[in-house]
Design a binder for this molecule. Structure first.
Ligand code: G3P
Ligand code: CA
Length: 375
């Protein structure tokens, strides 16, 4: 007997419901991210909104926060007197006026300075000189920030609370930094358990169980982070070169004849497929929830590295039940390319552009948000 139209409609609804239930229970990167309280895809503001304001300063982090990013990314170091702070480079020359304030110590690593000394430095004026089209008088005199101050910023907007995406930078220079970080996050209430309902809060990822993600290039630091904070999601950063994935070619940049490093890095690739897979397998074996691979950028530049987000690489990583958060992408064509290749989140210097790309545009412009924050 042929089914009536009502029976057909009921059957169709049932099949749709079954399909949805199956999709929700299927293991996949989106479900994995959701379980960890991490948005999918995730917007990770690399050193803050560092295209539009001096990296790792209050201007960059407040801008990223108020634009609506999921995470504020930072590179963690420790001062001579034991204070945790954010700085990318090994020394202070590129992003501060250390050469004029401490000329005889200008090449010293940042950890040779006390926090009081670091706080005397101007971490904003270099940006105005380097990028006159994005310069703001109020950037001059911006300070290096402690982790405490970045936590304050992350908590400071009542309407949107991003999480923190913290890298232990050159961790071998800072024995015990993983433990220090745990103590600080614990003191500040950032390791408290939070329910999955909170993770879905409209206020942002900083309210949920994925509010902190820990990242490192160093195997030993990943192991220590796992020991100190087993419950916190971790990402093993990947690149091709010393201390990470072994390259196919051992020809150095100097020997290569390439005109710039981006062109050199773009040709770098893992020694073989198994070498790439070994690193992913290692990440998984140490409790990481994903990897943070490099990317080769269409227009090169000093953040363009080897292409480690080829579809087969992302597929292999997903097959192991891990996420892929790629660094560091700033242009729409590259956002599209890495999303097509299957990544689950992007580190970007241009938070406003990535939010637009994901159809989550900020309600105010970069200029307005900077102004609102006094810049
Ligand atoms: O942490 C991800 C990305 O930031 C790694 O590169 O050198 O900018 O810290 P880097
Ligand atoms: Ca970093």
């Amino acid at each position: 007997m042929p089914a009536t139209s009502t029976q057909s409609a009921l059957l169709l609804s049932l099949l749709l419901l079954l399909g949805q239930a199956q999709a929700a229970s299927e293991p996949g990167p989106a479900a994995l991210a959701t379980r960890a309280g991490i948005p999918h895809p995730a917007v990770i503001a690399h050193r803050g909104a560092s295209f539009d304001a001096p990296e790792s300063t209050a201007a960059a982090y407040k801008l990223a926060r108020d634009l609506g990013v999921d995470y504020l990314e930072l590179d963690l170091q420790r001062s001579k007197d034991g204070v945790l702070f954010a700085l990318h480079d090994n020394n202070l020359q590129r992003t501060t006026d250390v050469a004029s304030k401490f000329p005889e110590r200008k090449d010293s690593p940042a950890n040779a300075f006390t926090m009081a000394e670091l706080k005397t430095l101007d971490a904003g004026s270099w940006f105005n000189t380097a990028y006159p089209d994005r310069a703001q008088p109020a950037f001059a005199g911006l300070k290096i920030l402690t982790l405490d101050e970045i936590i304050d910023i992350a908590q400071g907007n009542p309407l949107h609370k991003p999480g923190l995406y913290i890298e232990t930078k050159e961790p071998k220079q800072f024995p015990g930094i993983e433990h220090d970080l745990k103590e600080k996050l614990q003191d500040r209430g950032w390791l408290s358990p939070a329910g999955s309902k909170l993770a879905k809060s409209a206020l942002g990822v900083g309210q949920g169980k994925g509010k902190v993600v820990l990242q490192t290039f160093e195997k030993s630091s990943l192991e220590l982070l796992q020991k100190e904070m087993p419950q916190v999601p971790k990402i093993l950063l990947l690149w091709v070169g010393e201390g990470s994935i072994e390259p196919k070619s051992t020809v150095s940049f100097a020997e290569s004849g390439e005109k710039d490093k981006a062109a050199y890095y773009a040709k770098q690739q893992p020694k073989d497929q198994a070498e790439f897979q070994r690193w992913v397998d290692y990440a998984k074996s140490q409790g990481a929830i994903g990897t943070g691979p490099s990317a080769a950028l269409t227009h090169g530049g000093d953040q363009s590295y080897a292409d480690l987000v080829q579809p087969w690489m992302n597929q292999y990583t997903h097959d192991q039940g891990l996420l892929v958060h790629v660094y560091t992408i700033d242009e729409a064509a590259d956002f599209q390319k890495v999303m097509d290749a299957g990544v689950d989140g992007i580190f970007t210097n241009r938070a406003s552009e990535l939010l637009k790309f994901y159809k989550r545009p900020a309600t105010a412009s970069v200029a307005q948000v900077l102004r609102n924050n006094g810049y």
